[in-house]
Design a protein around this ligand. Sequence first.
Ligand SMILES: [Zn+2]
Ligand SMILES: [Zn+2]
Length: 92
Amino acid sequence: MANCKHCGAPITWKQSANGKWIPGNTDGSDHRCMKRNNPVSAPAAAPRQMTNKDGSKPCKFCGKDILWKNLDGRWIPHNPDNSKHMCNRGVQ
Ligand SMILES: [Zn+2]
Ligand SMILES: [Zn+2]
């Protein structure tokens, strides 16, 4: 859920067929902002992608960005600073 940076209303971004991001209201209609005159060119914050540019992914337990590295045949999650990701919620 995002908020319109002009009026603050909760909005959702949807991508149209030509690749433009269009703000929509939570009820699914287009968000025609009263406080914004210009057409929208890009969302303030693009919707989160599952995989980031550096290959990191959000941890499925805590949601933090982690990087999977193969150490001796085992995939170990790492934090962006290269330390092992010791996830509180992933430990049994
Ligand atoms: Zn607005
Ligand atoms: Zn985690």
